[in-house]
Design a binder for this molecule. Structure first.
Ligand code: SAM
Length: 270
């Protein structure tokens, strides 16, 4: 979509791009087309697009299938997509809608809530998601254990899906031009690689370990006994056989954190 076309459509709708809704519109048709191609939409797939905006991705998705649900928070844009494409649009907040039941998700996500929406999408499940993120977040999401960018969201993502950056998108491809560059990430959903006996506790431990990245696993756990529902006096003597006790979070692949979590479960809950 040419910049002038974006400006005139926004003008007609009486919209000034809003920072509050992270409204930066993709200019490049080529990138939009490649993004939709990468999703590999198959016959019978149910597709979700979050934040269609002026429809730069939507029209390419609708060329592949009519079985699409759009969710757009800006009521003017929701009305525009509904009328322009005779499409099924929920005029609402993706953070409050049910995101389950979709095979494919495609979105240039509003950046201010990318992380929260991604967590909700991963929990809801999908076969393939093609999502545009701020570059920094994309790098965290796809990082490997041992790297500087490996973080809590990486472990969460690894639990539910594979991920790869498939394209870098310089900020000049958007109107208005945002402050940072973007990346398109392909996520492919999978079954969790292990089954924690207490999934909430597993993610609690992930949070503890990454909140204390510079501490050893043992010291991180001891410093957060309140979160684990215990006391230092009770926990310390039970940690003698704690696996990876002297390692630090950034070196621990999810399976090792799982082993730590199962050990903590055994000593505190069995
Ligand atoms: N898909 C369009 C594009 O690529 O040009 C617009 C992308 S823009 C980065 C983000 C879009 O998400 C905007 O249309 C914005 O109004 C919408 N949006 C913002 N917050 C939202 C939310 N909580 N739920 C659904 N849509 C939201």
């Amino acid at each position: 979509m040419e910049i002038n076309e974006i400006k005139s459509k926004l003008g007609r709708l009486g919209i000034k791009p809003s920072k509050r809704f992270s409204q930066n519109f993709l200019i490049s048709e080529n990138i939009a087309r490649r993004q939709v191609e990468a999703a590999g939409i198959q016959d019978g797939d149910r597709v979700l697009e979050i934040g269609p905006g002026l429809g730069v991705l939507s029209k390419h998705i609708l060329d592949k299938t009519k079985n699409v649900q759009f969710i757009e928070k800006d009521p003017h844009l929701a009305g525009f997509i509904r009328e322009e494409y005779s499409a099924d649009v929920i005029s609402g907040d993706a953070m409050e809608e049910d995101l389950s039941g979709f095979d494919v998700v495609i979105a240039n996500l509003p950046y201010h809530i990318s992380s929260e929406i991604t967590v909700r999408l991963l929990e809801a499940g999908f076969r393939t998601a093609i999502l545009m993120f701020q570059k920094e977040f994309a790098v965290h999401l796809t990082a490997s254990p041992g790297s500087r960018d490996y973080s809590r969201i990486t472990v969460f993502r690894e639990f539910y899906s594979d991920a790869e950056i498939i394209m870098e998108v310089p900020k000049s491809n958007y109107y208005p031009v945002p402050k940072v560059d973007s990346c398109i990430v392909k996520l492919e959903g999978h079954e969790p690689p292990f089954q924690p006996r207490d999934i909430d506790q597993f993610f609690k431990i992930v949070r503890i370990l990454f909140s204390h990245k510079k501490r050893t696993v043992r010291n991180a756990l001891v410093s957060e006994t309140g979160v684990l529902g215990t006391t230092k006096e009770e926990l310390k003597p039970l940690l003698t056989d704690l696996p990876f006790a002297d390692e630090r979070a950034f070196n621990l692949p999810p399976e090792k954190i799982y082993e730590i979590s199962e050990y903590v479960y055994k000593i505190l809950k069995e």
